[in-house]
Write a protein that binds this ligand. Structure first.
Ligand code: SF4
Length: 64
């Protein structure tokens, strides 16, 4: 899987960090910081949950 984030759309809710701390963090301005662009299978479910819970759909997940 490959993840991308839209920092312009991000409102800094932190939901992605809550659901997938190993994949996402937040910059000092609160906006999303993508730590792992291609998470392994162990992080897959958490990454999908994070994407589903982003209030502004700023996280895209593509299976490659
Ligand atoms: S869940 Fe969405 S809006 Fe919230 S910090 Fe993550 S990317 Fe930004």
């Amino acid at each position: 899987m490959r993840i991308s984030t839209d920092r312009e759309a991000c409102v800094g809710s932190g939901a992605c960090v809550f659901h997938a701390r190993g994949v996402f963090d937040q910059h000092a301005d609160g906006r999303v910081l993508l730590l792992v662009e291609e998470p392994d299978e162990a992080l897959r479910a958490a990454a999908l949950t994070a994407a589903a819970n982003c209030p502004v759909n700023a996280i895209s997940v593509n299976d490659v």
